[in-house]
Ligand binder design. Structure first.
Ligand SMILES: [Zn+2]
Length: 168
């Protein structure tokens, strides 16, 4: 789970998109929640309710489920669509830390979620936090990804502080 990476790169994509379309700024907090959305649903469920789940990438990480959510949002709450787009972007960013097709394409490859190497059984939130720290310590790519996300977060926040900044 890349907290800074998910938030930072999602904010960066949203800032670029709003500048290119010359549309109004989007609230950063709402974008951050949307960027972490699949993890907020699946990892919380896996560490609290579904202790026997073989992975912490469950239904909210499924591109099929996300396509349905995008369709519902597009037809009912079009103003929320930029936030809904953060969901598939999350899955793309997750693939950097390990491609899990059984979760990403659920249920097209089967109804059960296959166990994953990188995000296996998590019995409690503390185990999950320890896992994140260990993962960053052992993976230079994961650490670089998180550091890059933190840089983008800093740049976006600095852009928002400028009084004449547009679209940040
Ligand atoms: Zn995720």
């Amino acid at each position: 789970m890349f907290v800074f990476g998910h938030i930072g790169y999602s904010w960066g994509a949203a800032v670029l998109a709003t500048r290119m379309k010359r549309s109004a700024r989007l609230p950063l907090l709402a974008l951050a929640v949307a960027a972490l959305g699949p993890d907020l649903v699946d990892k919380v469920a896996a560490t609290t309710l579904l202790h026997d789940a073989p992975t912490s990438r469950l239904w909210a990480h499924s591109l099929v489920v996300q396509a349905i959510v995008l369709g519902v949002v597009w037809t009912t709450r079009r103003g929320w669509f930029p936030y809904a787009l953060m969901l598939p972007l999350h899955v793309v960013f997750d693939a950097i830390d390990g491609w899990t097709p059984g979760s990403f394409f659920w249920p097209l490859l089967g109804w059960s979620f296959p166990p994953t190497d990188s995000y296996g059984h998590l019995d409690c939130p503390l185990t999950f936090l320890r896992f994140i720290v260990e993962r960053l310590a052992e993976s230079p790519l994961a650490l670089a990804w998180e550091a890059g996300g933190l840089v983008v977060i800093t740049l976006v926040l600095m852009g928002r502080r400028r009084p004449d900044a547009h679209g940040a």
